[in-house]
Design a protein around this ligand. Structure first.
Ligand code: HEM
Length: 164
């Protein structure tokens, strides 16, 4: 259910609200994971391989997206390490990242519209590419995808061109 609390015109106009605050982020993450766990392709990574404790994981994910969208510094862990570890236990493939992105993007578009929602989609695309390159791709950029290297970690993610 979308939150219209800070979007006065929304219910009448049918416009969706943007992502405004922590509550929006938590609800978004919750809705997204409802789909992830149901998904036959990527759900097993969460339920069977990592056996995630959803109560903990959803808060970590809310921190991660709050850091990227609203308040830098909220997330202070290493997402790349988590996915490398996962990849070593059950190999990830490009289609897993594509499915993840599809579920993330469709969840956002059903609930939100605006600059922050757009940023959530763009950021996920950039991070997905970085995670893909550094798990499936063993750190190698595919030639047609250059130039992007990503730092993921304590300060969020940052695009770096090869010359910088
Ligand atoms: C494509 C963009 C993706 C983003 C932005 C993303 C983001 C994250 C983040 C921030 C964490 C928390 C890491 C931590 O601090 O513990 C996480 C954990 C996890 N991710 Fe992803 N992820 C992505 C793709 C995927 C894919 C494709 C899969 C599997 C198909 C996946 C499976 C998992 C699992 C199972 C964990 C929990 C790891 C653990 O607790 O052991 N992720 N992800």
């Amino acid at each position: 259910m979308a939150s219209y609390a800070s979007c006065t015109a929304c219910p009448e106009s049918g416009e969706l609200p943007d992502i405004h605050d922590r509550q929006d982020v938590e609800r978004l993450v919750h809705a997204f994971y409802g789909r992830v766990f149901e998904d036959p392709l990527i759900g097993p990574f969460f339920a069977e391989v990592a056996r995630v404790d959803t109560a903990v994981h959803l808060l970590v994910m809310a921190d991660f997206w709050q850091s990227h969208l609203l308040a830098p510094g909220t997330y202070r862990r290493n997402a790349l390490h988590a996915h490398r570890e996962l990849h070593s236990r059950r190999p990830l493939r490009a289609e897993h990242f594509e499915r993840w992105l599809h579920l993330w993007t469709s969840t956002i578009h059903e609930r939100h519209a605006g600059p922050v929602a757009d940023k959530a989609v763009r950021k996920a695309q950039v991070i997905a590419r970085a995670l893909l390159n550094n798990t499936v791709g063993n750190g190698q950029e595919r030639p047609e995808r250059q130039p992007v290297a990503i730092e993921i970690g304590l300060k969020g993610s940052r695009e770096v061109t090869p010359s910088s």
